[in-house]
Design a protein around this ligand. Structure first.
Ligand SMILES: C[S@@+](CC[C@H](N)C(=O)[O-])C[C@H]1O[C@@H](n2cnc3c(N)ncnc32)[C@H](O)[C@@H]1O
Length: 234
């Protein structure tokens, strides 16, 4: 679970770039394919950037995340959007959505494939007939040990990051934050690199048709550093 300080760093540090880049490709894909969802649910919505963009594009969006710090920021960003603090491994709303999304490698935050399978079964239940489930996944070749990176976040706040791969299928983001020279907190975000073919197999097992699994949503678009999976309930 992300701490409140990390949620603030996430929001102000520039990580909102990921949902913005995802939204750009998603809106193009919807337009090219003539898909016009009326409702959307963003799983692990973080700071609510994708929900806000979808809303600005005429889609009644809602979001959920299990970090209350993220949901607080999302609610401040757009109070009109309904947000919920919940765990997506058990989240299963009764109403259905035309579009379900999940970005920023949130699925990689789920370690066990059995939990990923449960999420897919639940998403299938709350996706409307003919609706879409579109998400991204870490691309193994893009994740490697990095040199530590340190910067002044504000005049009094110093932030330090390092990406580590402790095992073939594991990634850790180590973060430290100092206030006025005193270490305030240390956090390790752990992610699992899932085999993309296995993820697609689990989607099919849950009942979805996998329409696309590639490093960009459209042939001529995107930045190619992550997997995009587009599944349909039909
Ligand atoms: C890297 S952030 C991505 C946030 C947002 N989707 C974005 O693209 O900016 C991953 C998010 O997944 C959320 N998360 C991780 N595990 C979760 C779970 N089991 N249920 C709900 N949210 C979860 C975290 O709280 C965090 O907000």
């Amino acid at each position: 679970m992300y701490s409140d300080i990390f949620c603030k760093v996430y929001n102000e540090f520039g990580w909102n770039y990921y949902p913005e880049a995802f939204a750009e490709q998603l809106l193009q894909w919807l337009s090219v394919n003539g898909v016009k969802p009326k409702t959307a649910m963003d799983l692990a919505c973080g700071t609510g950037v994708l929900c806000e963009i979808l809303r600005e594009n005429g889609i009644a969006s809602a979001g959920m995340d299990f970090s209350s710090g993220m949901i607080d920021i999302a609610r401040q960003r757009c109070p009109e959007i309904p947000y919920e603090v919940a765990d997506m491994t058990v989240f299963c709303p009764e109403r259905q959505y035309d579009l379900v999304t999940c970005t920023g490698d949130a699925i990689n935050h789920i370690g066990a494939l059995s939990d990923v399978e449960t999420i897919f079964r639940n998403v299938y239940a709350y996706t409307a007939q003919g609706g879409y489930f579109i998400f991204d996944l870490l691309k193994e070749s893009e994740v490697s040990d990095s040199e530590p990176f340190e910067m002044d976040f504000t005049e009094s706040t110093r932030v330090w990051f390092q990406m580590v791969r402790p095992a073939e299928d594991q990634v850790e983001l180590h973060i430290r934050v100092w206030e006025n020279g005193t270490l305030q907190f240390e956090e390790v975000i752990r992610e699992t690199i899932h085999d993309v073919a296995e993820v697609c197999r689990l989607l099919e097992k849950a009942g979805f048709s996998v329409l696309r699994c590639a490093d960009r949503m459209l042939e001529d678009g995107g930045h190619g550093t992550t997997w995009f999976v587009i599944a349909q309930k039909n």
